[in-house]
Design a protein around this ligand. Structure first.
Ligand SMILES: Nc1ncnc2c1ncn2[C@@H]1O[C@H](COP(=O)(O)OP(=O)(O)OP(=O)(O)O)[C@@H](O)[C@H]1O
Length: 333
């Protein structure tokens, strides 16, 4: 409670700044320009980041531990001060217009640190009040129902399971109807059911026009949810791309050929093709660039026919976002 009171003070003192802060018209929900961060002690966590988040998209920020994801999110939310560069949210500078940008942003942190003795209802309603929004019990009820928390509304937060507490964090972040929602590792350590519930909820939010930015270690989560993906490693944003374009551009395809009769070695005449014979000799795998006009498949199949190599099945495999991510992070300088 003491901490919440302090937050209120901070927000109130920000009102004057907000009055003076003019929005710059921008098509983007968030614009990050040349943002760097060096922590006390000299560690450089971010190196000149440029990033635009489009309105209404789901943007997934991927990166290994310590890459700088939380630092970047905290700077956008105005919680951490950058060492250089600027950030605007909905056209407002996040430092000069802290109050106004903070009211447009919902942040779901990784951990619930306060409010253990409060009821779910009181805690979520209080979050709305923090942003100076008028009381709206209908909205709070909708948020709690959407997150399957309605029957827990009178329960003290300390009595809830970990998954339920996670839902409370989301409810608190949505209480003031933000148009930009940050989810920091939303499904770390939650069960499969809650994960799928969260994915459904995030999609519903996007349908209602909310911009969603999530950090995740789960690449399948980005693959499932994101419109665009950013990869950050050692404080540098090494790639920002439409998810499907990324998977097409960087993804290799493989043609898997199940042979009628296993072979011991690759027949002569097939050297020079990107072919691999499996240990049991029953499968040939051909790796090709799906973007190329000439994938080499026709020539390969013709050669197999000429050599009398019969097959019983053919199928293709595509690299997953995980394969792409692992190779990108490995290649980064
Ligand atoms: N207050 C701080 N003072 C000094 N160094 C810090 C501070 N906060 C973070 N760092 C360092 O900055 C780097 C980036 O940290 P950050 O938490 O942004 O990474 P992350 O990508 O969110 O990692 P994770 O996936 O593990 O949460 C790390 O090396 C971390 O140790």
């Amino acid at each position: 409670m003491v901490e919440s009171g302090r937050k209120l003070e901070r927000l109130e003192s920000g009102t004057r700044d907000a009055m003076n802060e003019q929005a710059t018209p921008t098509p983007h929900a968030v614009s990050v320009r040349g943002v760097s961060k060096t922590y006390k002690g000299g560690f450089q966590a971010l190196k000149s980041i440029d990033l635009d988040i489009r309105r209404g998209e789901i943007f997934a920020l991927l990166g290994p531990n310590g890459a700088g994801k939380t630092t970047l999110i905290s700077i956008i939310c105005g919680i951490v001060k950058p060492s250089g560069g600027t950030v605007t949210a909905d056209g407002h500078d996040v430092l000069r217009g802290y109050r106004i940008t903070r009211s447009k942003i919902g942040l779901v942190p990784q951990e619930l640190s306060t409010d253990a003795f409060e009821t779910v209802w009181a805690s979520v309603r209080f979050s709305r009040g923090l942003y100076g929004r008028p009381r709206n019990d209908k909205h709070i009820e909708k948020v709690l129902r959407d997150l399957s928390l309605w029957d827990k509304k009178d329960a003290k937060i300390m009595t809830l399971s970990g998954g339920m507490k996670r839902r409370v964090l989301i409810a608190k972040a949505l209480a003031h109807e933000p148009s930009i929602l940050f989810l920091d590792e939303p499904t770390a350590g939650v069960d499969v059911e809650l994960r799928h519930d969260m994915w459904r909820m995030v999609r519903r939010l996007r349908e209602s026009g909310v911009t969603v930015i999530l950090t995740t270690h789960y690449i399948d989560e980005a693959e499932e949810m994101a419109d665009r993906v950013g990869v950050i490693t050692r404080g540098e944003l090494i790639l920002v791309e439409d998810k499907h374009v990324l998977m097409r551009k960087l993804g290799k395809k493989q043609l898997v050929i199940s042979l009628q009769r296993p072979m011991q070695v690759l027949p002569e005449g097939l050297d020079g093709h990107a072919l691999e014979l499996a240990g049991d000799g029953a499968t040939l795998t051909y790796t090709f660039d799906a973007q190329s006009d000439d994938t080499g498949i026709t020539v390969l199949l013709r050669k197999l026919g000429d050599l009398g190599v019969d097959f019983k099945d053919l199928h293709t495999l595509e690299s997953s976002l995980e394969d792409i991510f692992v190779s990108l992070v490995r290649e980064a300088p």
